[in-house]
Design a protein around this ligand. Structure first.
Ligand SMILES: Nc1ncnc2c1ncn2[C@@H]1O[C@H](COP(=O)(O)OP(=O)(O)O)[C@@H](O)[C@H]1O
Ligand SMILES: [Mg+2]
Length: 510
């Protein structure tokens, strides 16, 4: 879009509140038809900047240009007239009215003095069709799920003729499947030429969705970057303004003894389709073995085979010198396999149950959780306190339900629970997915400690930086086969990517 006039151009925007400069000479340029993300920690000044652009607040200094023309908005009305719409962090719909009524409120097409609802409904249907935003105009807003309410807000803004759409933390209130839908809708809007300004502090989201990313910190814009030019780490560092702890491990702790050995492991569907094709690898004590791959290439099946969660299989799985290929899951855990499941909320935790019950999941048959056939509640609560203290789980106590914890603290609880049982092998599936950078650093730290203590670790992750940083040996899985063994010291993310997409393959012996 070189040479085109920016859809939005902010220069020198300053906004002071008593005791704080919310925006400090902020500059922002948004190209027409792009998805432009604004990221920053809480309090960085994102919402203030957008309220200024939407005419809700007046800047103390600075200029606003929309499609090249200088604007002086006195209220959102002026911004709307200039083609700008905003969906707020907290929805502003009337629950007891229908979708149709909510959308037309304040901007009814009139038929003389009467609102022409039939025409309005037609327009809504047309908008929802052409932008791929399914909505039933006759439903009551109070009956809608959060994702649907958000859709109503978006349609409402489009109905008023917006071509520049501002969304303030739209994913904060959504569940993952709703986030996927929203992103589809936003891509569709972009196709239709709408300019989208998207505020978030979730870096994964921004990296997949945005064409351009502007980072704000302490009231200033500190960088504008393209997602393909930065890693999640670099973005996080721009956001917080300092270097984050790195995942790299230092000197090797790999010993000779094999902790786990997988030989010619093959898994098929009941119908006979091959899911894992003759995988062989060893995990030595003190070694982190990483598995890279695009999701859905057999990672899940590999973990399930090792944990005894899926009926296998041909081939052999050994823990130390014991053949555990056909053991039940519980026996495997008791024999010394720790497990950080990919889906912590489903597989790793009982969300409604207190932490002390969660801290014994998978270990409930052994002391300190059991005395003979009985659960030892006092022992369990003591042990849970050890996990909470030792692994810095932020919680008001061990009796609160697991759902009361943040994702990062839930994960620290799981990691603590598994590590405190002193396993021989740790299976870590996507151990830092979706958790904040602080919790991520804590989990990395635990994996390094496990390695140093002589555990064998199998690390399955979609985070290439994490894999490269933590692994001592790195395999790539592609369509159920290990297609490369790479040296994490020298491999580049580009090289890894080539193997992950199947563009390159290596002949693997074994
Ligand atoms: N109406 C207001 N009155 C006083 N201070 C405000 C007001 N709005 C925002 N602030 C302050 O301005 C700073 C930036 O806030 P905000 O723009 O909401 O940040 P973000 O959206 O990035 O979390 C914060 O320190 C916040 O407390
Ligand atoms: Mg905000």
């Amino acid at each position: 879009m070189s040479g085109s006039v920016p859809a939005v151009q902010l220069e020198g925007i300053t906004k002071r509140f008593p005791g704080v400069v919310a925006n400090n000479r902020v500059a922002l340029e948004v190209s027409p038809g792009e998805v432009h993300a604004i990221v920053g920690e809480n309090g960085a000044g994102k919402s203030t900047l957008m309220k200024i652009l939407y005419g809700m607040q007046r800047p103390d200094e600075g200029t606003i240009r929309v499609n090249g023309a200088e604007a002086h908005f006195r209220s959102p009305k002026d911004a709307i007239a200039a083609g700008i719409g905003m969906v707020h962090q907290h929805f502003m719909l009337a629950d007891n009215l229908t979708v149709l009524e909510n959308v037309v409120l304040g901007s009814e097409p009139t038929l003389g003095p009467v609102i022409d609802f039939a025409r309005a409904k037609e327009r809504i249907k047309k908008l929802s069709g052409s932008y791929g935003l399914p909505l039933n105009p006759d439903r009551l807003v109070e009956d809608l799920a959060v994702g649907e309410r958000q859709r109503v807000e978006i349609i409402k803004v489009l109905y008023r003729g917006a071509r520049i759409l501002i969304l303030d933390e739209p994913t904060a209130v959504l569940v993952p499947s709703e986030v996927d839908d929203l992103f589809d809708h936003l891509r569709e809007l972009k196709q239709e030429g709408v300019t989208v300004i998207f505020i978030s502090h979730k870096l994964e989201e921004v990296l997949v969705l945005a064409d351009t990313i502007t980072v704000m910190r302490a009231g200033r814009t500190v960088a504008t970057v393209k997602p393909q030019d930065v890693s999640r780490r670099q973005l996080a560092e721009l956001m917080v303004g300092s270097e984050l702890p790195r995942p790299e491990t230092k000197e090797s702790t790999v010993r000779d003894e094999v902790a786990m050995s997988v030989t010619a492991l093959t898994v098929r569907t009941p119908g006979g389709r091959v899911l894992l094709d003759s995988l062989s690898f060893d995990i030595r004590r003190g070694q982190v073995v990483g598995i890279a791959g695009v999701e859905g290439n057999g990672q899940r099946e590999l973990v399930e085979a090792i944990m005894g969660l899926a009926p296998v299989i041909e081939g052999r799985i050994q823990l130390g010198d014991r053949d555990i290929t056909h053991w039940p899951t519980r026996s495997r855990r008791e024999a010394g396999i720790g497990y950080i499941p990919e889906d912590r909320q489903d597989m790793g935790l009982l969300l409604p149950s207190p932490l002390w019950e969660n801290a014994m999941l998978g270990h409930q048959t052994k002391p300190p959780f059991a005395r003979g056939p009985w659960i030892d509640v006092a022992g369990a609560r003591d042990r849970t306190r050890q996990v909470v203290d030792g692994f810095r789980v932020a919680t008001p106590g061990v009796d609160v339900p697991a759902y009361a914890l943040s994702g990062g603290n839930q994960q620290k609880l799981i990691v603590g629970r598994e590590m405190i049982a002193e396993p021989l092998v740790l299976i870590a599936a996507q151990p830092t997915r979706g958790i904040d950078v602080g919790a991520q650093a804590a989990v990395w730290d635990q994996i390094r400690r496990a390695r140093k203590a002589g555990l064998g670790v199998l690390l399955i992750s979609a985070d290439l930086e994490e894999l490269i940083g933590l692994s001592d040996a790195l395999y790539v899985i592609f369509r159920g086969r290990l297609v490369a063994k790479l040296d994490p010291q020298t491999v580049t993310p580009q090289e890894l990517g080539a193997y992950m997409t199947g563009a390159r393959q290596e002949v693997m012996e074994g």
